[in-house]
Design a protein around this ligand. Structure first.
Ligand SMILES: [Zn+2]
Ligand SMILES: [Zn+2]
Length: 237
C-alpha cells in the first residue's frame, strides 16, 4: 500500500476505533491503544537507579548506581518506563520518524499512570527537550512536546513550551562515538524564560547516554531551578 494511503487508513482507524491495539490490532481494553497481552509482554523497567533510570538487577536496594555515585548528573531523578527494545522502540520510531502522533498520547498515558502512583510530589512544570528550529521545521513536530502536553493534561501540570531553546543544531547523539557526545551538546541549550517552578521535569521520548538531559538540567539549575527530574518513555543501557 502506498505510504500516504497507509497513513490515512491508520489515522482513520485510530479515530474510528481508538481502542484497537497499536501493536497487534486486537481490541485494547482499558488502556487506549495497547491491549493487555501486549502490555504484559512489554519490556518494562522494574528495578532502576532512582537517579538515572538505568535498569538494575532486581535484588538492588534502590541506591544510586555506580555511575551516578561516581559522577552525579545535574538532574536529581529519572522515571523511565521501558527498555528501549522491541516492540517499544518500534512504537517510538513510528511516532518520531513516521509522524504517527496519535502514538504520543498512548505512550504518555502509560507514563502518567506510573507517575500517578508515586508518593513523591510531582513537579510544578514540564519542559520538553527542545528541538533546534531547523530540525523542528524538517520534522514538523517535536515528539517531546507531544508527550509533555499529554502528560501535563493527565497529571494537571503546566507545560513550559517556551522555557528553553536549543540553539545549536547538534548532530544526532546516536551517530557520534561516546567521547564526542558530551562535546556535541556543550552550550546546546539555554533558558529563555526562567521557570516559575522550583521543581521541574524534563520530558523526552528516549534517554540514551543521559548527556542531553544532563546538559538541559545543568542550564535549568543555573537559572535557579532547584530540583530537576527526567521523564522518558524508554531508556537504553
Ligand atoms: Zn496488542
Ligand atoms: Zn544511576
Amino acid at each position: 500500500m502506498d505510504t500516504m494511503v497507509y497513513k490515512c487508513v491508520q489515522h482513520l482507524q485510530t479515530l474510528l476505533f481508538p481502542s484497537v491495539c497499536r501493536l497487534c490490532g486486537a481490541a485494547s481494553g482499558r488502556v487506549p491503544g495497547l491491549c493487555m497481552p501486549c502490555l504484559a509482554d512489554a519490556p518494562w523497567i522494574t528495578t532502576a537507579c532512582p537517579c538515572c533510570g538505568r535498569a538494575l538487577p532486581a535484588a538492588h536496594d534502590a541506591q544510586f548506581c555506580g555511575r551516578c555515585q561516581r559522577h552525579p548528573p545535574a538532574f536529581d531523578a529519572t522515571t523511565a518506563l521501558f527498555h528501549y527494545r522491541p516492540p517499544i522502540d518500534y512504537l517510538v520510531k513510528r511516532m518520531k520518524f513516521s509522524g504517527e502522533l496519535t502514538l504520543a498520547p498512548v505512550l504518555a498515558s502509560l507514563l502518567a499512570a506510573r507517575l500517578r502512583t508515586r508518593a513523591a510530589a510531582l513537579p510544578g512544570l514540564l519542559i520538553p527537550v527542545p528541538l533546534h528550529r531547523t530540525r523542528l521545521r524538517e520534522r514538523g513536530f517535536n515528539q517531546a512536546t507531544e508527550l509533555a502536553r499529554r502528560l501535563g493534561r493527565e497529571l494537571n501540570i503546566s507545560t513550559g513550551l517556551r522555557c528553553c531553546q536549543r540553539h545549536r543544531n547538534t548532530q544526532p547523539q546516536s551517530l557520534l562515538p561516546a567521547t564526542a557526545r558530551r562535546i556535541n551538546l556543550r552550550n546546546a541549550f539555554s533558558v529563555r524564560n526562567i521557570p516559575r517552578a522550583r521543581h521541574v521535569a524534563i520530558v523526552d521520548d528516549v534517554m540514551t547516554t543521559g548527556h542531553t538531559s544532563n546538559e538541559l538540567a545543568r542550564v535549568l539549575k543555573q537559572s535557579g531551578v532547584e530540583q530537576v527530574e527526567v521523564w522518558v518513555i524508554a531508556r537504553t543501557g
